[in-house]
Ligand binder design. Sequence first.
Ligand code: NI
Length: 138
Amino acid sequence: MAKLVRISLSLEESLLEQLASMQGKDGYENRSEYIRDLIRSQIARREWISGEEVVGTLSLIYNHHQRGLAGKLIDLQHHSSVHVLASTHVHLSHEICAEMIMIRGCGSEIEKLAASLKRLKGVLKAELTAGSMGRAFR
Ligand code: NI
């Protein structure tokens, strides 16, 4: 466990009120833990845009009855410069499928692949979650 250090900081009262409001909405009881997570989130965002290798998760909802869609989804993943680490497919109904795809590579290339999958006819929803390799948290 990393050694904790105590700091003090100054900020405008209105900013502190906004912080408290955000903390409440996000369901954090401990302000220090909330601020640590805000910092970690900013570190992860910078990691994502730095060009370093990161991981992301793409969640797709699509209609597998759309002609040629399943093949196009696979082809685009094979021809991308990023690495698909794993994918999970769930049949939600007779025609609707959900797929969660974990991707490793440069953030901008992951976004490019996600956008190309999202544009396909029959893809009803595509949501990319930016992850982190956790380098900065060690
Ligand atoms: Ni399915």
